[in-house]
Design a protein around this ligand. Sequence first.
Ligand code: ADP
Ligand code: MG
Length: 642
Amino acid sequence: MTEKIHLLSERVANQIAAGEVVQRPSSALKELIENSIDAGADEIQVLSRDGGKSLIQIIDNGSGMGPKDARLSFSRHATSKILNSEDLFQIRTMGFRGEALASIAAVAQVKMKTRRKEDELGIEIRIEGSEIQEELEVSCPVGTSIEVKNLFFNVPARRNFLKSDIIELRHLIAEIERISLAYPQIFFSFFHNQKEILHLPKGNLIQRILHLFGNSLSEKLVPIQEKTDILEISGYVGKPEFSKKTKGEQFFHLNGRFIRDSYLHHAVLNTYQEWIPEGHSPFYSIHLKIDPSRVDINVHPSKTEIKFLDEKIIYTLLQTAIKQSLGKFHLTPQIDFEGETGFSEMSIQARNLPIQFPVSNINLDYNPFISTEKGKTEVPDRAIPNHSINDPSYEELKPEITAFENIRIIDPSPWAKPEAENIETENHSEPANPGLFQEEEILSLEDRFIRAGQDSQSILQIQKEFIVTSIFSGLIILDQQAAHERILFERYLRIFSGQGEVSQQTLFPQTYTFSAQDTALILELLPDIRLLGFDIREFGKNTFIVEGIPTDLQFRGESPIFDEILNNFKENLQMGSFNQKENLARSLAKRAAIKPGRYLSLEEMRLLIDQLFACESPLFSPSHKPTYITLSLSDIKKKFKE
Ligand code: ADP
Ligand code: MG
């Protein structure tokens, strides 16, 4: 018993390796699609169930495998893609480690059917937890179909670690977005729970982008193109005025492979910094082609991190390419308004103009004298931007789940009225939106307690943001927005639990078109969204029509309110901890709550206070901000003694 070291069994070794290659359904999906691409497929179909947890199936029309290769493909370090270590520096395929299939088969129930063109019959192999269960000859189409069922069925700790179906689904879609952008010439379709979520016909890059992110993007992008001896850059970048806080619409592909690279992201942001607000990023889908011997992609098993030689040159070239393109194609609104010229003529004119930097009317503080200096930033070292920028891609979840609460600044909320209107409202004694406070009064103990010390003279609104009132033991100060959010949140939760209903009002029906990702999300949420009083239905591909909105949200005019609620929802999703209904209630409450800057009548303030203390948890807003603070008499007395 002196020997302690022994070799791990193939099975255990595979399970350990699987932890690196397969973290969640989307990572298995990525590996399988990459294999299909390497096999020369130009049609790839993906089927999934329950966020990929129960099933991921990839069907391709690639080369297929003979029986021997099919068997071997599940062994570790079995690959047809490299032979020796020199090949490592000339990688032109997506895979090369020979780990993916072995890893997936170690932690799932896998069935593969595959056939080559030259074979009459194909082979079917069933393998579970690395053990081959069955092997038989079958007739099947040329190509390969791989079914991965019950991922982590034998590793409960990992299975429990998976997120909700909806989050896993978003990862799946994000993965397909990334890969399909690199291969617009390949047809992709993606089904989830038997519903087709993505249908991406073969085409070029811009067609692929529009299929994924919606046609509305077409006016918002400019092409970029740059070619030198060592590097070729191509793709599309967003015009500065369409930059958003949204993360996840920034894509770098290097030699056909999606990469995360904060250094290059920094190069892009640096180019835009004059024209976009801090924290915003433009859309971009940028393809880099570099001689494979000048990059090292073998840094991490997921192959999304890379090292380049010549990285400073790439940084500079990327900036130049973007600047030129924005200067060339970005026709300013001024030209737009002046011109009777048609668009095509205009772009020809634009081509002959000297290269200029785009003018954007977003940054009102923009000072051309200061910023030209700023624009001449030296090319930083890779180490610096890694810490100084907000790279969208570093955290796993961030790319897909977005927070763009602040983008809709132009859209006035029904409550945040322009100053002039507020003044008008102040002169009326009636609340501007009676619908909001029409709830019956429910008096809680605490409520009565407060009432006891409260009379109408002692309620005061300060700075149109806080409400001060006296209670017999001192003062309380409410944050009007936080308090109202709490009230609405609990009301919506009651609606979900069947204790109440929201009436709805028809307005001019409005249609909304969403990206495939958001469409999937809305479809999941549809029943709950309806419950809250939205009269909404699907209306063609990726499009919904809204014919009624909850009473709380009634207001004049049209606004992309529905988008906002969705964005709030996604933001909450990112924080991870809420269930779907709670999340929706929170998002809607946030949207519907009165905002600072809104004058409140005495009656409204009284109702707000009453309703807050009728809440189950009046202390905090649904986003955990305090709704009120108290200042006790003894505190006040103490302050005067100090
Ligand atoms: P790698 O892709 O790194 O070589 P994998 O474990 O992903 O390793 O795949 C092992 C081998 O199985 C590949 O090298 C390839 O020869 C074969 N293979 C896997 N998937 C397919 C497919 N869809 N079509 C044809 N061959 C495949
Ligand atoms: Mg592979």
